[in-house]
Design a protein. Sequence first.
Length: 267
Amino acid sequence: MADEPVAESITPEPSTDPIVSVDPEPTPHPLAEGGARFNEVYARMKAAEDRASRMEGMLQQQSQQHAPASGPQYIDPNALQAFVDQGRITPMQAADILSKQNAQIAATQTTMQAVQFQTLAGKLQSAKTEVDQYISKVPALRDTASQDFQRVAEEAYKLSDDMGLPVTDLRVQRAALRAAYGSLERMTSQQQSREQSRAASIPPVDTRPGGAPARGMAPSTDPLKDVDPTYVEFWKKRGYTQAQMIEEAKFIPKGRKVRQGAGIRER
């Protein structure tokens, strides 16, 4: 036993390499990106956006199903507020829907006003054309002191109250002329009948060569021959036709002259 070798103890030499400590990864702030609270809020926001998108699709589908062919349907603001209260859409989404609806309503109203204005302009132009035709047939209407003008004016004031329009409105004036004289077709027919009657009342004149009347035939007579020229000039200034002057001459006694300085009064 005494001869057995004794094992020497070996002491390890200390390492010369520096010791590096590894710190644990820091935990992000709950509200910073990647934080627990941030992830929770972001998830809720995405869920709300998905619900709002589905709700908007449902509303559009429902509107298309119940919308008439004449125009779009609008979502009632109270219904949108109910969706907001239920958390189905956000207040900003509801405001966006209302804004789009208001813009569409304004555009529709503007278009309707333009159509109404164009329609009114067409009606007024049609009335003006008819009024001008009446005046061309009754030139005395240009004189505000004439009996014809006063007659039509009286009708116009009556119709103005009934129609709720001023007497200056062409539609009122047209209605007054119709009430006073009848339709334009009737006036034209009456004038043609008077012209035919006048033409038939004048006997034909057969003349020999040189313009001398045939023997036994009365010479052609001027129906205005016995009318004072002052009357004729007055009628011409008023725009009377030959037939109208002959008609007026029936009410003037033959041989009646206009006194010097005296005016001509309308019948």
